[in-house]
Design a protein around this ligand. Structure first.
Ligand SMILES: Cc1ncc(COP(=O)(O)O)c(C=O)c1O
Length: 341
């Protein structure tokens, strides 16, 4: 969406009208109509009561746990959650439990044995290195059973995952069940910068009083707010873009699997092409670039040793011809490097 004409045009208009920035945090003189409008639109998009904007989702994750939890409370966090969640959890004084990745038996065991006053289950909606989805339906069932709250970081889902791009909740057909959603404006929602928390209005009011990255960091620049705002308008009125991501993803995944590649995860636009050795992943990526396809090899320590991969990210901006061209390049390089027969 970062090159969408309407998005760019609106962002330019707002830049002309409001200037490049406000030289202030939100509560002093860093709030304009467009900030309030975007918060309202994000609440409507997620069907939540209220929303608070941050300079990034890293800040949203860093600012939430400390603000809402005390040493009497307990956090249950998936071991592969994003670095910003790990840092946010570190900053708060609640009891901390890491459960095995997407492992509901382990989560249940930890919930059962906890005496936390508030219990908060924390997970990425979609895990970026493998493109796999958190079992949100089961997590919410456990939350009901053990009287826990749920928090989802939906950076890798908002705007493009689920039928209309509402994210992981929508993918599981359970809109409204998660208590707190944090997400980014820096990926599908215009790709510029910014993050937010959306949820109950009491929570958002509390964050506005207590969340340190909100209180002590500059407000988002008007042009950035405007681009995200326009993307939300476009997503509110049509599911064309998320559906295009989904059909492009299906095309890429099915053609690659048919050609003999192993693609991690399922359903999601993050498509890690598993290659194993770090050197192979890097050589593969270099060969792809020679064919006009820009992909990057991921290896240790970003992913476990022996699980190097090329992480392909499918977009609504890709044409079917481009998807096919990419698959053809993978097949040619794959044969050349003897990854596929
Ligand atoms: C799961 C997840 N959470 C949070 C972030 C941080 O988002 P931002 O770039 O808005 O700080 C990222 C960014 O890569 C992410 O992947």
């Amino acid at each position: 969406m970062s090159n969408n004409k309407e998005v760019v045009q609106f962002s330019k208009q707002i830049l002309e009208k409001y200037g490049s920035g406000l030289s202030s945090v939100r509560f002093i003189c860093g709030t304009q109509t467009i900030h309030k409008d975007l918060e309202r639109k994000l609440s409507e998009f997620h069907e939540r009561e209220d929303t608070i904007l941050y300079a990034s989702c890293f800040d949203a994750n860093a600012g939430i746990f400390e603000a809402i939890l005390t040493p009497e409370d307990a956090i249950f966090s998936d071991e592969l959650n994003h670095a910003s969640i790990i840092d946010g959890v570190r900053l708060c004084k609640a009891q901390k439990q890491r459960y095995l990745h997407r492992n509901m038996e382990d989560l249940e065991e930890k919930l059962r044995s906890s005496n936390g006053r508030i219990k908060l289950i924390v997970t990425d909606g979609v895990f970026s290195m493998d493109g796999n989805v958190a079992p949100l339906d089961k997590i919410c069932d456990l939350a009901d059973k053990y009287n826990a709250l749920t928090f989802v970081d939906d950076c890798h889902a908002t705007g493009f995952f689920g039928k209309t791009g509402r994210g992981t909740e929508e993918f599981f057909n359970m809109k409204g069940r998660v208590d707190i959603i944090n997400s980014t404006l820096g990926k599908a929602l215009g790709g510029a910068a910014g993050g937010y928390t959306t949820g109950p209005s009491e929570l958002i009011d509390l964050l506005k009083q207590k969340s340190r990255p909100y209180l002590f960091s500059n407000t988002l620049p008007p042009a950035v707010v405007a681009s995200a705002s326009k993307v939300i308008d476009l997503l509110m009125h049509s599911s064309e873009y998320p559906q295009r991501v989904q059909s492009n993803t299906e095309r890429f995944r099915s053609k690659m699997v048919a050609a003999g590649f192993t693609i991690s995860g399922a359903d999601h636009a993050i498509c890690p092409v598993m290659l194993g050795e770090a050197r192979l992943a890097n050589v593969f990526a270099d060969e792809m670039l020679k064919k006009g396809i820009y992909v990057i090899g991921f290896s240790y320590p970003v992913v476990p040793k022996g699980k190097a991969r090329i992480r392909v990210q499918i977009s609504a901006a890709h044409t079917t011809e481009q998807i096919d061209q990419c698959v053809d390049a993978f097949i040619e390089v794959g044969r050349q490097l003897q990854v596929i027969p």
